[in-house]
Design a protein around this ligand. Structure first.
Ligand code: ZN
Length: 259
Protein backbone atom coordinates (compact mmCIF):
# COMPACT_ATOMS: atom_id res chain seq x y z
CA UNK A 1 0.00 0.00 0.00
CA UNK A 2 2.76 2.39 0.98
CA UNK A 3 4.83 1.47 -2.06
CA UNK A 4 2.00 2.19 -4.50
CA UNK A 5 1.43 5.62 -3.02
CA UNK A 6 5.07 6.57 -3.41
CA UNK A 7 5.09 5.39 -7.01
CA UNK A 8 2.09 7.52 -7.93
CA UNK A 9 3.76 10.58 -6.44
CA UNK A 10 6.83 10.08 -8.61
CA UNK A 11 4.66 9.76 -11.69
CA UNK A 12 2.92 13.08 -10.89
CA UNK A 13 6.22 14.83 -10.47
CA UNK A 14 7.42 13.63 -13.84
CA UNK A 15 4.29 14.91 -15.51
CA UNK A 16 4.07 18.18 -13.62
CA UNK A 17 5.50 20.34 -16.43
CA UNK A 18 3.03 18.80 -18.90
CA UNK A 19 0.17 19.42 -16.48
CA UNK A 20 1.26 23.03 -15.94
CA UNK A 21 1.37 23.52 -19.73
CA UNK A 22 -2.14 22.06 -20.09
CA UNK A 23 -3.41 24.29 -17.26
CA UNK A 24 -1.83 27.31 -18.88
CA UNK A 25 -3.52 26.56 -22.21
CA UNK A 26 -6.86 26.06 -20.49
CA UNK A 27 -6.53 29.33 -18.59
CA UNK A 28 -5.60 31.18 -21.79
CA UNK A 29 -8.60 29.67 -23.56
CA UNK A 30 -10.96 30.63 -20.73
CA UNK A 31 -9.43 34.08 -20.48
CA UNK A 32 -9.87 34.77 -24.20
CA UNK A 33 -13.42 33.43 -24.10
CA UNK A 34 -14.13 35.60 -21.07
CA UNK A 35 -12.90 38.72 -22.90
CA UNK A 36 -15.01 37.97 -25.95
CA UNK A 37 -18.09 37.47 -23.79
CA UNK A 38 -17.58 40.82 -22.10
CA UNK A 39 -17.08 42.63 -25.39
CA UNK A 40 -19.99 40.91 -27.14
CA UNK A 41 -22.29 42.00 -24.33
CA UNK A 42 -21.76 45.53 -25.66
CA UNK A 43 -21.16 46.79 -22.17
CA UNK A 44 -17.41 46.76 -22.05
CA UNK A 45 -16.73 46.02 -18.44
CA UNK A 46 -13.25 45.56 -17.14
CA UNK A 47 -14.47 44.31 -13.78
CA UNK A 48 -14.27 40.69 -14.92
CA UNK A 49 -10.77 40.94 -16.22
CA UNK A 50 -9.47 42.59 -13.08
CA UNK A 51 -11.34 40.20 -10.81
CA UNK A 52 -9.76 37.30 -12.65
CA UNK A 53 -6.39 38.94 -12.39
CA UNK A 54 -6.68 39.45 -8.66
CA UNK A 55 -8.52 36.38 -7.53
CA UNK A 56 -7.53 33.56 -9.85
CA UNK A 57 -4.14 32.17 -8.99
CA UNK A 58 -4.05 30.17 -12.21
CA UNK A 59 -3.97 33.41 -14.16
CA UNK A 60 -0.38 33.77 -12.97
CA UNK A 61 0.50 31.38 -15.78
CA UNK A 62 -0.12 34.21 -18.23
CA UNK A 63 2.95 36.39 -18.27
CA UNK A 64 2.65 39.98 -17.12
CA UNK A 65 3.06 41.48 -20.60
CA UNK A 66 0.00 39.66 -21.90
CA UNK A 67 -2.01 40.85 -18.88
CA UNK A 68 -0.78 44.42 -19.31
CA UNK A 69 -1.92 44.51 -22.93
CA UNK A 70 -5.30 43.10 -22.02
CA UNK A 71 -5.96 45.74 -19.38
CA UNK A 72 -4.92 48.55 -21.72
CA UNK A 73 -7.05 47.20 -24.56
CA UNK A 74 -10.06 46.94 -22.28
CA UNK A 75 -9.64 50.43 -20.94
CA UNK A 76 -9.13 51.90 -24.41
CA UNK A 77 -12.28 50.14 -25.63
CA UNK A 78 -14.17 51.76 -22.74
CA UNK A 79 -12.73 55.16 -23.63
CA UNK A 80 -13.88 54.62 -27.21
CA UNK A 81 -17.35 53.42 -26.23
CA UNK A 82 -17.97 56.34 -23.89
CA UNK A 83 -16.70 58.89 -26.43
CA UNK A 84 -13.80 59.78 -24.14
CA UNK A 85 -11.14 59.36 -26.82
CA UNK A 86 -11.23 62.70 -28.64
CA UNK A 87 -9.46 63.55 -31.92
CA UNK A 88 -8.79 67.14 -33.00
CA UNK A 89 -6.64 70.03 -31.81
CA UNK A 90 -6.47 70.39 -28.04
CA UNK A 91 -4.77 72.54 -25.48
CA UNK A 92 -3.79 70.31 -22.56
CA UNK A 93 -3.75 71.46 -18.93
CA UNK A 94 0.04 71.63 -19.28
CA UNK A 95 -0.38 74.28 -22.03
CA UNK A 96 0.93 71.93 -24.72
CA UNK A 97 -1.11 71.14 -27.86
CA UNK A 98 -2.09 67.66 -28.99
CA UNK A 99 -4.20 65.96 -31.67
CA UNK A 100 -5.56 63.44 -29.17
CA UNK A 101 -7.25 63.89 -25.84
CA UNK A 102 -8.54 61.36 -23.35
CA UNK A 103 -11.44 62.89 -21.40
CA UNK A 104 -11.47 60.65 -18.33
CA UNK A 105 -14.59 62.35 -16.95
CA UNK A 106 -16.61 60.75 -19.76
CA UNK A 107 -15.53 57.31 -18.54
CA UNK A 108 -15.79 58.15 -14.83
CA UNK A 109 -19.40 59.36 -15.22
CA UNK A 110 -20.32 55.65 -15.13
CA UNK A 111 -19.94 54.38 -11.57
CA UNK A 112 -19.24 50.80 -12.64
CA UNK A 113 -16.35 51.91 -14.87
CA UNK A 114 -15.07 54.18 -12.11
CA UNK A 115 -15.23 51.30 -9.66
CA UNK A 116 -13.28 49.02 -12.03
CA UNK A 117 -10.65 51.68 -12.54
CA UNK A 118 -10.31 52.20 -8.81
CA UNK A 119 -9.95 48.49 -8.23
CA UNK A 120 -7.33 48.20 -10.95
CA UNK A 121 -5.29 51.09 -9.54
CA UNK A 122 -5.59 49.70 -6.02
CA UNK A 123 -4.28 46.33 -7.19
CA UNK A 124 -1.11 48.04 -8.44
CA UNK A 125 -0.34 49.00 -4.83
CA UNK A 126 -1.50 45.78 -3.20
CA UNK A 127 2.04 45.13 -1.93
CA UNK A 128 1.99 48.32 0.17
CA UNK A 129 0.13 49.28 3.33
CA UNK A 130 -1.71 52.46 2.41
CA UNK A 131 -3.52 54.71 4.89
CA UNK A 132 -5.10 57.25 2.55
CA UNK A 133 -5.50 58.19 -1.08
CA UNK A 134 -5.06 61.83 -2.09
CA UNK A 135 -5.89 63.43 -5.44
CA UNK A 136 -5.72 66.88 -6.98
CA UNK A 137 -9.23 68.29 -7.58
CA UNK A 138 -11.24 68.01 -9.76
CA UNK A 139 -10.07 65.33 -12.17
CA UNK A 140 -8.62 63.04 -9.53
CA UNK A 141 -11.47 63.04 -7.00
CA UNK A 142 -13.49 60.14 -8.38
CA UNK A 143 -10.34 58.15 -9.13
CA UNK A 144 -9.18 58.63 -5.51
CA UNK A 145 -12.63 57.81 -4.15
CA UNK A 146 -12.84 54.50 -6.03
CA UNK A 147 -9.20 53.55 -5.38
CA UNK A 148 -9.77 54.21 -1.68
CA UNK A 149 -12.95 52.15 -1.71
CA UNK A 150 -11.01 49.20 -3.17
CA UNK A 151 -8.24 49.63 -0.58
CA UNK A 152 -10.69 50.11 2.30
CA UNK A 153 -9.21 53.49 3.25
CA UNK A 154 -10.32 57.15 2.98
CA UNK A 155 -9.92 59.54 0.05
CA UNK A 156 -9.20 63.27 0.31
CA UNK A 157 -8.28 65.91 -2.25
CA UNK A 158 -6.16 69.02 -2.68
CA UNK A 159 -7.21 72.27 -4.32
CA UNK A 160 -5.39 75.32 -5.54
CA UNK A 161 -5.48 78.23 -3.14
CA UNK A 162 -3.91 81.34 -4.69
CA UNK A 163 -2.12 79.02 -7.09
CA UNK A 164 -0.74 76.65 -4.43
CA UNK A 165 -2.01 73.07 -4.10
CA UNK A 166 -3.44 72.83 -0.57
CA UNK A 167 -5.50 70.57 1.68
CA UNK A 168 -8.68 72.50 2.51
CA UNK A 169 -12.12 71.71 3.97
CA UNK A 170 -10.62 70.46 7.25
CA UNK A 171 -8.78 67.56 5.60
CA UNK A 172 -5.87 66.45 7.80
CA UNK A 173 -3.02 63.99 7.39
CA UNK A 174 -1.49 62.32 10.44
CA UNK A 175 2.31 62.45 10.78
CA UNK A 176 3.83 59.52 8.90
CA UNK A 177 0.55 58.57 7.24
CA UNK A 178 1.25 56.49 4.12
CA UNK A 179 -0.29 58.11 1.07
CA UNK A 180 -0.85 57.23 -2.55
CA UNK A 181 -1.54 60.16 -4.87
CA UNK A 182 -3.80 59.42 -7.84
CA UNK A 183 -4.93 61.40 -10.85
CA UNK A 184 -6.92 60.88 -13.99
CA UNK A 185 -4.29 61.87 -16.59
CA UNK A 186 -0.58 62.55 -16.19
CA UNK A 187 1.08 64.58 -18.96
CA UNK A 188 3.92 66.50 -17.35
CA UNK A 189 3.28 65.24 -13.81
CA UNK A 190 2.80 68.79 -12.53
CA UNK A 191 -0.42 68.26 -10.57
CA UNK A 192 0.83 64.98 -9.09
CA UNK A 193 4.11 66.61 -7.99
CA UNK A 194 2.25 69.55 -6.41
CA UNK A 195 -0.11 67.15 -4.61
CA UNK A 196 2.84 65.12 -3.31
CA UNK A 197 4.35 68.38 -2.02
CA UNK A 198 1.09 69.24 -0.24
CA UNK A 199 1.01 65.75 1.32
CA UNK A 200 4.63 66.06 2.48
CA UNK A 201 4.01 69.55 3.92
CA UNK A 202 1.08 68.11 5.88
CA UNK A 203 3.31 65.40 7.40
CA UNK A 204 2.35 62.47 5.16
CA UNK A 205 4.68 60.08 3.39
CA UNK A 206 3.88 59.61 -0.29
CA UNK A 207 4.81 56.07 -1.26
CA UNK A 208 3.48 56.11 -4.81
CA UNK A 209 1.51 57.87 -7.52
CA UNK A 210 -1.06 56.36 -9.84
CA UNK A 211 -3.04 57.57 -12.82
CA UNK A 212 -5.63 56.17 -15.18
CA UNK A 213 -3.69 57.48 -18.18
CA UNK A 214 -0.03 58.37 -18.57
CA UNK A 215 0.38 60.53 -21.66
CA UNK A 216 4.13 60.87 -21.21
CA UNK A 217 4.92 57.37 -22.45
CA UNK A 218 6.17 56.57 -18.95
CA UNK A 219 8.80 59.31 -19.09
CA UNK A 220 7.60 61.53 -16.24
CA UNK A 221 9.47 61.34 -12.91
CA UNK A 222 7.51 62.51 -9.85
CA UNK A 223 10.08 61.30 -7.33
CA UNK A 224 8.07 58.26 -6.19
CA UNK A 225 7.01 54.96 -7.71
CA UNK A 226 4.45 55.56 -10.46
CA UNK A 227 1.72 53.34 -11.87
CA UNK A 228 -0.62 53.98 -14.81
CA UNK A 229 -3.39 51.82 -16.25
CA UNK A 230 -2.87 53.16 -19.78
CA UNK A 231 0.51 54.43 -20.94
CA UNK A 232 0.39 56.35 -24.20
CA UNK A 233 3.09 58.15 -26.09
CA UNK A 234 1.01 60.90 -27.72
CA UNK A 235 3.03 63.77 -29.20
CA UNK A 236 2.36 67.07 -27.45
CA UNK A 237 3.69 70.30 -28.93
CA UNK A 238 4.65 73.68 -27.64
CA UNK A 239 2.10 76.07 -29.27
CA UNK A 240 4.96 77.78 -31.18
CA UNK A 241 5.86 74.45 -32.80
CA UNK A 242 2.37 72.94 -33.10
CA UNK A 243 1.70 71.63 -36.65
CA UNK A 244 -2.07 72.09 -36.19
CA UNK A 245 -1.61 75.74 -35.15
CA UNK A 246 0.51 76.20 -38.29
CA UNK A 247 -2.43 74.87 -40.34
CA UNK A 248 -4.48 77.70 -38.86
CA UNK A 249 -6.92 75.83 -36.58
CA UNK A 250 -7.50 76.98 -33.01
CA UNK A 251 -6.82 74.67 -30.08
CA UNK A 252 -9.76 73.87 -27.83
CA UNK A 253 -9.43 73.37 -24.09
CA UNK A 254 -11.14 70.21 -22.91
CA UNK A 255 -9.37 70.16 -19.54
CA UNK A 256 -10.56 71.54 -16.22
CA UNK A 257 -7.72 73.77 -15.02
CA UNK A 258 -8.02 77.41 -15.98
CA UNK A 259 -4.94 78.87 -17.60
ZN1 ZN B 1 -1.78 73.91 -31.67
Amino acid sequence: MRKRKRKRLTLDENNSSKIIQLQRNLVLLLFNHHQECLLSRGRASIIGSFRMRNETTAIDFIDSREREMTDTEYLLSIFQQTGALLEGHFQLTSGLHSARYLQCALVLQYPDHAESIGRALASRFSDERIDSVVAPAIGGIIVAHETARALGVRAIFTERETGVMTLRRGFRIEPGEKIVVVEDVVTTGGSTRETIEAVTRAGGVCIGAGSVVDRSGGGVDVGVRREALITLDVPAFDPSECPMCKQGTAAVKPGSRKQ
